[in-house]
Design a binder for this molecule. Structure first.
Ligand code: PLP
Length: 426
């Protein structure tokens, strides 16, 4: 799709920052009528110049031979590849500090295609908890139908909980993957990614293979956490959230080495879980402002969290930036996360009635699940996103009826504070 000029990541000695590369990386205007912006390639199929080209493209796509030096995979059919998706994948890989990326129709398409590509009947998946509701359903209700057993540990337990789960998995059979969601939602519990990689190394089989370490990076990624640099093999992200950033699309991504992505690419081609070109184009547009948006949201979230912390009608604020120095997650937060991000929860004084009263009075915050958009959202985990967790389990996780989750957008933070202030006053 481009000559090498459009793939340069440096000027002289200087490595260009991701936010700079988002304006054009991987796109050659001279292949598209000199259009400054990449067109949306709304096409299902691509014309081969010659039959020999078609043959060569298929040989590569079907893995019938190795890639020749400097050979670009030829465009065949939009379920296999498409220029918008290829450019988007190149740009997402830059943010994730990965060799490559694959984009999917949703975060769940990315997660399910990834786990399915690695899980085999009789294997286990060791995973942190709580995980996103859709992922929880996949692990507990769908994968077991195919003979794959989930083994859960709780993010808040620190490394001993993860080590115990790995020991139990070792006894249970081959481990396909260590799957981590960190920070966890809505508890903000953290999981040690580097330690997970060490544990995966201890599970190497006689054939030299070991379980892959997969991290769901939706809450802080890609700006504020880079799991691959910390030891993860694969990073999955719901691009619906911060990357899309405008609450107007659904998409997902998976980054890693070309080798680790290879089985996932094959499954994506056959399951047809890829992203569509128009959504891919929207995501490239979003990536141009990703850093601006995530920075503004994180700055706003700090102000909002600080306001809530001192409020007489607020019982607790679960904001990562407020982890006390003696909290076991504090060193992990400093090592793994570049910011506390902009999604966090707080408890009102009282219970469900007081939480609902505040939620119903909000004017600037919209009452909706999801996160990472330009607009601020508020939701009630116990009765909404986490309502299928058994009551005693909710209590154990701290998902009380008084808990409200906020996703802080890019409005003026003082307006958000005024809104929360009037809503809490009741
Ligand atoms: C939203 C979300 C998902 C699922 O993503 P979709 O794009 O809705 O399919 C997965 N993990 C986390 C942490 C999420 O917040």
């Amino acid at each position: 799709m481009s000559d090498q000029r459009w793939r340069r990541k440096r000027i002289g000695d200087r490595a260009l920052a991701p936010e700079t590369l988002m304006m054009g990386y991987g796109y050659d205007p001279f292949l598209s009528e000199r259009s400054l912006k990449p067109p949306v390639f709304l096409t299902s199929t691509f014309v081969f110049r010659t039959a020999e080209d078609g043959k060569a493209f298929f040989e590569l796509a079907y893995g019938l031979r190795a890639r020749r030096p400097n050979e670009e995979p030829g465009l065949i059919y939009s379920r296999i590849n498409n220029p918008d998706l290829e450019m988007l994948e190149d740009r997402l890989a830059i943010w994730d500090e990965a060799e490559a990326n694959l984009v999917f129709a949703s975060g769940m398409a990315a997660i399910s295609t990834t786990l399915w590509a690695y899980a085999r009947p009789g294997s286990t998946i060791v995973h942190s908890g709580p995980v996103y509701g859709g992922t929880d359903f996949l692990l507990r209700k769908i994968l077991p139908q195919f003979g794959v057993t989930p083994i859960e540990f709780f993010a808040e337990g620190g490394n001993p909980a993860m080590e115990q789960a790995v020991a139990a998995a070792r006894r249970a059979g081959p481990v396909a993957a260590l799957y981590l969601e960190t920070p966890a939602n809505p508890t903000n519990g953290l999981v040690d990614i580097a330690r997970a990689r060490e544990l995966a190394e201890t599970l190497k089989g006689p054939d030299g293979r070991r379980p892959v370490v997969v991290v769901d990076n939706t809450f802080l990624g890609p700006l504020y956490q880079t799991p691959i640099a910390l030891g993860a093999d694969l990073v999955v992200t719901s691009l619906t959230k911060y990357v899309g950033g405008h609450s107007d699309l659904i998409a997902g991504g998976c980054s890693g080495t070309l080798a680790a992505l290879e089985p996932i690419r094959g499954f994506r081609t056959i399951l047809g879980t890829m992203c569509d070109p128009h959504t891919g184009w929207l995501l490239m547009r979003s990536l141009e402002t990703l850093k601006l948006r995530m920075t503004a949201s994180a700055d706003g979230a700090l102000k909002v969290a600080s306001f809530l912390k001192g409020h007489p009608r607020v019982a607790s604020v679960w904001y990562l930036g407020f982890l006390p120095d003696d909290h076991p997650d504090r060193p992990l937060f400093q090592r793994q996360c570049k910011s506390a991000g902009s999604t966090f929860a707080f408890e009102v004084v009282g219970g469900e009635a007081e939480a609902f009263a505040a939620l119903n009075k909000l004017e600037v915050f919209k009452l909706a699940v999801s996160l990472g958009g330009t607009e601020s959202l508020a939701s009630h985990p116990a009765s909404m996103t986490h309502s299928d967790i058994a009551a005693e389990e909710q209590v154990r996780l701290g998902i009380t009826p008084a808990l409200i989750r906020l996703s802080v957008g890019i409005e003026n933070p003082d307006d958000l504070i005024a809104d929360l202030d009037q809503a809490l006053r009741g």
